[in-house]
Design a protein around this ligand. Sequence first.
Ligand SMILES: NC(=O)c1ccc[n+]([C@@H]2O[C@H](COP(=O)([O-])OP(=O)(O)OC[C@H]3O[C@@H](n4cnc5c(N)ncnc54)[C@H](OP(=O)(O)O)[C@@H]3O)[C@@H](O)[C@H]2O)c1
Length: 230
Amino acid sequence: MADGAVLIVGGTGGLGRELAAHFVGKGREVIITGRDADRAQSIAAELGGKASALGCDLAQPETIASALESVGQVDNLVLSAIARDENPVRDYDIASAVNLSTMKLVGYTETIHTLIPRLSDESSVVLFGGRAKDRPYPGSTTVTAVNGAIATMITTFAVELAPIRFNAIHPGIVGDSPYWENKPLDAVLARTPTKRLATMEDVVDATVFLLENRSVNGINLYVDSGWLLM
Ligand SMILES: NC(=O)c1ccc[n+]([C@@H]2O[C@H](COP(=O)([O-])OP(=O)(O)OC[C@H]3O[C@@H](n4cnc5c(N)ncnc54)[C@H](OP(=O)(O)O)[C@@H]3O)[C@@H](O)[C@H]2O)c1
């Protein structure tokens, strides 16, 4: 089992931060990133243990290599950063769409490209997509498209960069995540067979499985309580 550094890109908030707390609790060296270095460092201080932080803006992919210059060997890389883009086609906001597309498509890939020399044959990577790839809603065109792209990008990474393992996790609506916790979710629950939405703890558990199971590679794992069945 790897016990070197865990780098969580987007580890300053939501699911990334929850995952960081898990690995800090296991005594691992954890590096979290967010856009602002000072904010990221104060969150790393809250996490305690062997947590540290860097500023890295995925929407500025040309800056990623220098932003990650101080990072050493990485055993587990998690790409969870997101910018919300509720963007109806009738009122299309180009800047918002470009921001999210750049972050997830180019930013995630450039992060991996930058870190290749610091990953080992035993390293593993998890990319965050989401169930909006299969369950669209008005305004989700960019989100649906980038999450669909995540589902396919892991396959090229796993082939090109073998034997490093690449998997993706696609949560449904995570009811206790900061983005959703105060929003009305009765309509989502009504279409969820278990009548129980995925929790942050469930997503952390599934992400750890993808990172640590040495035979799981090129998988898209859905953590959505069976939402798409109804
Ligand atoms: N929450 C859900 O229910 C849900 C459902 C399906 C899929 N997901 C997926 O799960 C992942 C995590 O979602 P979340 O809800 O936990 O997110 P979140 O709470 O909104 O956190 C987003 C993270 O992304 C970082 N970030 C934003 N813009 C960035 C940029 N340009 N460059 C680098 N980092 C940036 C933020 O850091 P700073 O603000 O510090 O920059 C923060 O750490 C996402 O990929 C999302 O698509 C979540």
